[in-house]
Design a protein around this ligand. Structure first.
Ligand SMILES: Cc1ncc(COP(=O)(O)O)c(C=O)c1O
Length: 385
């Protein structure tokens, strides 16, 4: 099997799995006062310190959550609720956010009557900062929060977070960034970024699924989504998942420590994949920024093919990848990211994403390149009929 879908989820790193199993054998609620509880608390606090140190944050800025989706929801709804007032009820987002951001923002618009402004992107999938400058000239005092992802999950394009923060800061507007695809794959320093909050997710960087983090500055205003035991600065109630947190810390530390060398290795493998896919299918269109993108991401449109058909044909040969399309009522919808980049509906529907990770090697690329020409041929024929 060639697994080319590491952006969906990547295998747990051996050290993270060991930490998970070791900690899962231990008893203790991190909020209990007895010796077992104190031992669990020690494990959590050590993990918090290690995660903070790896990402340029302070330990008290680490808020453990149950997923990247929860971290994004908490940052967006929590910040909006805490900061909204008479005359301040606007959320600024971008056209290429993951659903974990796009949907809570839409929900705030539909259910909380928030005004929503959306920043566009250029044809490489990079957010247009000029649009934000213009918007802030007339609407800065209305904005509760600005959100922009660190790196796009479909086409891999890295985003201008620092520029966005520099525009927001003079107005005192907090910036949230969804760094779920970036942490462990690109350099991420929370303090240097100037962002007020940042979401990450365990299962995208070699940790377990079902555990995430919201990095949140100490002075951030954020209303909790969950009420209960008052854990995590009273911002995120709920008994902590101690094994998940221990494993996440192991994964973050490892992924960050090796990210420079790993980025070089993956970029070389990815460049080989891109070159050989283009040679095998000359009409293929390489999407996203050719240079400023995640090292393990390659994204193509294969004109004349339905992305889903191509995916299933490749799957039948043991090659696993992803389409950018989402299913709505059983009908494949073209990716909102590609449409925002100006790609036509047909090419948006014919796209596939190949993503590499720590367990990827040359054999994965070879398997794809071997299987692709015939799969494209068959998908094209099916598409035409
Ligand atoms: C950019 C981005 N944000 C958020 C998420 C959601 O993270 P989780 O799966 O931990 O809920 C994902 C997962 O695909 C993602 O790619």
């Amino acid at each position: 099997m060639a697994y080319l879908d590491h952006a969906a989820t990547t295998p747990m790193l051996p050290a993270a799995l060991d930490a998970y199993v070791r900690t899962a054998r231990e008893l203790g609620n991190a909020s209990s006062l007895h010796a077992s509880g104190r031992a669990a608390r020690r494990t959590v606090e050590e993990a918090r310190e290690r995660i903070a140190a790896a990402l340029g944050a302070g330990p008290s800025e680490v808020v453990f959550t149950g997923s990247g989706t929860e971290a994004d929801n908490l940052a967006l709804k929590g910040t909006h609720w805490a900061r909204r007032s008479e005359g301040r009820n606007r959320v600024v987002t971008t056209a290429i956010e993951h659903h974990a951001v796009a949907d809570p923002v839409a929900w705030l618009g539909d259910h909380e009557r928030a005004d929503v402004s959306e920043l566009g992107v250029d044809k490489l999938g990079r957010v247009e900062v000029d649009g934000l400058a213009e918007l802030l000239e007339s609407h800065a005092s209305e904005v509760t929060v600005i959100t922009c992802m660190w790196a796009n999950n479909e086409v891999g394009t890295l985003q201008p977070i620092r520029e966005i923060v520099d525009l927001a800061a003079p107005h005192g507007i907090p910036v949230h960034t969804d760094a779920v695809q970036a942490v462990g794959h690109a350099p991420v320093d929370f303090s240097a970024s100037g962002a007020t909050s940042l979401a990450l997710s365990g299962h995208k960087l070699g940790g377990p699924a079902g555990v995430g983090v919201l990095l949140l500055t100490r002075d951030a205003e954020c209303t909790p989504l969950l009420h209960g035991g008052g854990q995590e600065r009273e911002i995120r109630s709920g008994t902590l998942d101690v094994p998940g947190i221990a494993a996440l810390a192991e994964a973050v530390v490892h992924a960050v420590a090796t990210s420079r060398a790993e980025a070089e290795r993956l970029a070389a493998l990815r460049d080989d994949l891109v070159k050989r896919v283009r040679a095998a299918v000359p009409e293929a269109i390489y999407n996203g920024d050719p240079d400023d993108r995640l090292p393990g991401n390659a994204h193509f449109s294969f004109p004349g093919c339905e992305g889903d058909a191509l995916l299933m044909l490749l799957d039948a040969t043991g090659v696993e990848c992803a389409t950018g399309s989402a299913c709505s009522a059983g009908i494949a919808q073209p990716s909102h990211v590609l449409l925002a980049m100006g790609t036509g509906e047909d090419n948006a529907r014919s796209s596939l994403r190949f993503t590499l990770g720590w367990s990827s090697g040359q054999a994965d690329v070879d398997a794809l390149v071997d299987a692709l020409p015939e799969a494209v041929e068959r998908a094209r024929t099916a598409g035409l009929t």
